[in-house]
Write a protein that binds this ligand. Structure first.
Ligand code: COA
Length: 137
């Protein structure tokens, strides 16, 4: 993961800091939501919409990240479909998602929920190429 996504040498952000940030930034029509399993009632990650700074015309980006122990059970796909419904009901007409070219699992999730890859790419010599994908709602 790029440096800005890592826990720093002093242990920040801590779980408490992340919890505080989530609680004080309640989503309206944009934001990250906790993914909670209905049967177990545990939180297994986040999925939601982030401000599409890189997307055209202020359209939001879909983002998701789940705990490793729950990967491969369709949860990211299910959560993304729920977020697509939310985005549609909020009036957005199109979403974007950026993904590392090497991130096969994430690219597969995006394909399963209807995102298509565009011509747009950003190449980083250290971390690899970022692909820009989009989906009409
Ligand atoms: C990406 C991520 C959210 C996927 O979550 P998940 O719940 O495992 O996703 P799903 O189970 O819904 O779907 C994963 C798909 O990728 C496929 N897949 C996973 N790893 C794969 C690999 N190495 N090669 C090929 N396919 C792979 C799975 O088979 C599945 O596709 P299928 O349904 O056609 O079989 C999870 O891996 C994660 O949190 N990764 C770290 C954070 C991250 O990369 N976030 C996205 C940033 S763009």
């Amino acid at each position: 993961m790029p440096q800005h996504r890592r826990i720093d040498a002093d242990g920040h952000p801590t779980v408490a800091e992340l919890e505080d940030s989530i609680r004080t930034n309640q989503p309206s029509s944009i934001g990250l939501l906790a993914v909670e399993r209905k049967a177990v009632r545990d939180v297994i990650g986040y999925c939601g919409l982030i401000d599409g700074g890189r997307g055209a015309g202020g359209e939001p980006e879909l983002a998701f990240e789940l705990l490793r122990r729950v990967w491969g059970q369709g949860y990211a796909t299910e959560a993304s479909l729920a977020v697509l419904d939310w985005a549609r009901s909020s009036g957005y007409e199109r979403l974007w998602a950026t993904v590392w070219e090497w991130n096969t699992a994430s690219r597969r999730v995006l394909a399963k929920v209807g995102f298509t890859e565009t011509e747009r790419k950003e190449v980083d010599a250290v971390y690899g190429t970022t692909l820009f994908t989009t989906r009409r709602l």
